[in-house]
Design a protein around this ligand. Sequence first.
Ligand code: HEM
Length: 147
Amino acid sequence: MTADTIVNPRTPVAPRRKGVNLEKWGWLFMRGSGVLLVVLIFGHLFVNLMLGKGVLGLDFAFVAGKYATPFWQWWDVIMLWLALIHGTNGMRTIVNDYVTHNGPRRVLIWALWLVAAFLILLGTLVVFTFDPCIPPVPDALAGICPA
Ligand code: HEM
């Protein structure tokens, strides 16, 4: 092959390895999570900003009301997990594209997943352990929280 021959674009850069093709599953995950995120994010914005009193109705009691139902807890937690894993995997792609040295590339990708894991843990704990009745109880919840 001479230097000016154009290589078939489908030629693998390295011999195909056996086992699970993580890049393929990552690619599929980005498309699947993207579709789900559209529903979750726009559903979230619609319910919070447009239904009822709209944005004027947003206060502590509104959040407390939402987190009193497992449906909204799971909606928010799934949105959090998907957005963080999707965003982190997207950042991993960008790091792989631009950081050419192996050391810094590995450090950055580890840092990305560590931050994502920490935020997923923290966010999940906040949603599922949220208790609006910890004093001082706001007036709007006085009738709901035990005295
Ligand atoms: C609204 C719903 C969303 C949809 C439909 C969506 C869709 C996608 C798709 C299809 C890709 C892959 C692009 C490619 O491989 O060329 C992508 C990449 C990416 N997404 Fe999302 N996404 C959404 C929300 C988000 C959110 C909330 C974040 C951040 C937390 C995010 C961050 C990223 C990043 C950093 C990339 C990598 C960009 C790149 O490769 O250049 N996306 N998104």
